[in-house]
Ligand binder design. Structure first.
Ligand code: AMP
Length: 397
């Protein structure tokens, strides 16, 4: 099946046409600056990359361009899989899009005002351009809907949960689920009996505690701000400190939102960059600020892994994925160093150093009591696989 995987952002349309028979992208591209003068369409096909200036005054026009290119290159689209950030309390899994689903995605726009509205625009534009071709919504939150209430509620008056549905939702679900399944398959584990801690470390980052193949806890919360230190997000912070700074600086909620989401994290600590490659370079050169940033970053991950270890009681594998998780042996080493005696986790330094650039690998020694695994994520492929499954199930029913 040829699945068009779409990720519609506020001014971008990212896409891949994936052949699910081999999991490879046939065409992939990005329409950038949608809605402005100077929109461009960059795409790769057959090993060649091209960038064109285009007219994309809205998402409908941008998606029209993508579909025209696909057809001009001689391909048919069998189904469309949309990345949708928030599935609220309603969606436990991917669904075929109909009018009711569209209304829910619209409603959950209240919970993800930056993400769900452009995702929905993409869905509506596709409906207009592609007519009856089946479309599937794959939610970032869905995998975490199995988290029990004691782990998703915040200890604030219950009326805020009851009235506004303020609770932990968790994100990166498509990636956590994909690497969980892939790791279990590679290690020959029965998922229904397997516990894992999956660490998705990219520019955004989150950890999930997975119990018997289901999400049991996760570090991102009501929004993607909670939890780990990220490229530009603070992760956990005392809300008292936030209130104090707002008071001192006369800041509005949107000022603070920007500070915590865009100016904090690795960027905030280093004052220079949100890129872990720059931090690592500085760390090895002995730059004090970079050393501090890397220690803070790794210590937060270690804290969460420790907490999830106790929550799960038994852990079969700790999995690293995402741009940092897949490419940074020093991060993996600093996070899990020194646990040989207490927990029995032993890293094989050589394997750890060698497992980079999209390679799958077990980086712990055979004696290690918990397997430490690097499993490259592929969210687009995960969306394509989910889309095919949902469409096939629908055709069978
Ligand atoms: P992602 O959001 O998963 O695409 O991850 C992007 C981030 O991965 C970048 O901002 C970098 O910080 C990090 N990254 C990519 N390559 C490397 C590398 N070779 N070493 C360390 N970090 C990397």
């Amino acid at each position: 099946m040829k699945v068009l995987v779409l990720n519609s952002g506020s001014s971008t349309v990212k896409y891949q046409l994936i052949d699910t028979a081999n999991g490879e992208p046939v065409i992939k591209g990005l329409v950038d600056k949608v809605g402005s003068i100077g929109a461009t369409h960059t795409y790769s096909y057959n090993g060649e990359k091209k960038t064109e200036d285009v007219l994309a005054r809205d998402h409908r026009e941008a998606i029209g361009l993508v579909i025209k290119l696909i057809k001009d290159l001689g391909f048919e689209i069998d189904a469309v899989g949309h990345r949708v950030v928030h599935g609220g309390y309603k969606f436990f899994e991917s669904v075929l899009i109909n009018n009711e689903v569209i209304e829910y995605i619209r409603e959950f726009g209240k919970l993800a005002p930056l993400h769900n509205p452009p995702n929905l625009t993409g869905i509506l534009a596709c409906r207009e351009v592609l007519g009856d071709i089946p479309q599937v919504a794959v939610f970032d939150t869905a995998f975490h809907q199995t988290i029990p209430m004691e782990n998703y509620l915040y200890a604030i008056p219950m009326k805020f949960y009851e009235t506004y549905r303020v609770r932990r939702y968790g994100f990166h679900g498509t990636s956590h689920k994909y690497v969980m399944e892939k790791t279990a398959k590679e290690l020959g584990l029965d998922l229904s009996k397997t516990n894992m801690i999956t660490c998705h470390l990219g520019n955004g980052a989150s950890i999930a505690a997975i119990k018997e193949g289901k999400s049991f806890d996760t570090s991102m919360g009501f929004t993607p701000l909670e939890g780990l230190i990220m490229g530009t997000r603070s992760g956990d912070i005392d809300v008292g400190a936030v209130l104090y700074i707002m008071d001192k600086e006369g800041m509005t909620t949107s000022d603070m939102d920007r500070l915590l989401n865009k100016e904090s994290g690795i960027l905030g600590i280093t004052g220079i960059s949100n890129d872990m490659r720059i931090v690592e370079e500085g760390y090895f050169k002995g730059d004090e600020r970079m050393i501090l940033a890397l220690k803070m970053y790794c210590n937060r991950i270690r804290k969460y892994i420790g907490a999830y270890f106790f929550e799960l009681r038994k852990v079969d594998a700790i999995v690293f994925t995402g741009g940092v998780g897949e490419n940074s042996p020093i991060v993996r080493k600093l996070v899990l160093d020194g646990l040989e005696e207490s927990v029995g986790i032993i890293i094989d330094d050589k394997k750890n150093e060698e497992t980079i650039r999209g390679k799958f690998g077990v980086v712990s020694t055979p004696e290690s009591k918990v397997k430490v695994v690097v499993t490259p994520t592929n969210e687009e492929l995960a969306i394509a696989i989910e889309t095919e499954r949902v469409v096939k199930d629908y055709l069978k029913s």
